[in-house]
Design a protein. Structure first.
Length: 189
């Protein structure tokens, strides 16, 4: 993401053309972050727009000694988390009994992928197949580098719960990768 100091100064002066230029420069990286936290592309695009509005509103608080990319990434992640909190249906806490075989069987289909190599999209699909709270905690801790204490505060859960979700997610992803890429009959979609 290439953002010049001049562009930021122009955006602080509420120049619409500069804000649109900033939006175009930041859209791709912001969308990639939001895709990790949302169920589909439309929801991710909506969160990008909400995050960009926050960026424009908070641009006066931006300090040049902090890399702009990190600053905007933090706002985007926090906006995605805020959206997650709003969706009450995703606030269910899963435990081992809730993750029965029925859940995983309903996500299975017959496809031959023995020849296909694992790529970022297939890995992203596997992460998306995790239960929502496990997916959120995994993304925050493993992908975005938050520590357990920060995630616990952000999602209003205990640190132990965060640790459990990361452990569960890693185990489940290992199983899914073995199953998906070593068998030619069943693949998780």
């Amino acid at each position: 993401m290439q953002v010049s100091e001049d562009l930021i100064k122009r955006c602080k002066k509420d120049e619409r053309k500069a804000q649109f230029e900033l939006y175009k420069a930041c859209y791709g990286p912001m969308l990639q972050i939001c895709l990790r936290y949302q169920k589909n592309t439309d929801d991710a695009k909506s969160v990008v727009n909400q995050a960009f509005l926050k960026v424009c509103d908070k641009l006066e608080t931006y300090r040049a000694e902090v890399p702009f990319e990190f600053w905007i990434r933090r706002i985007t992640i926090n906006t995605a988390i805020d959206e997650y909190r709003k969706d009450k249906s995703q606030r269910e806490h899963y435990n081992n009994q809730d993750l029965s075989e029925h859940y995983w069987e309903s996500k299975m289909t017959d496809v031959n992928l023995a020849e296909e190599e694992m790529n970022a999209e297939s890995l992203r699909a596997l992460v998306k197949s995790l239960p929502p709270i496990s997916q959120q905690v995994f993304n925050l801790c493993v992908i975005d580098g938050y520590d357990y204490a920060e995630v616990a505060v952000l999602l209003n859960v205990s640190e132990a719960t965060c640790r459990w979700h990361v452990h569960f997610s890693r185990k489940k992803l290992q199983e899914l990768i073995k199953t998906t890429f070593q068998t030619t009959e069943t693949v998780l979609l």
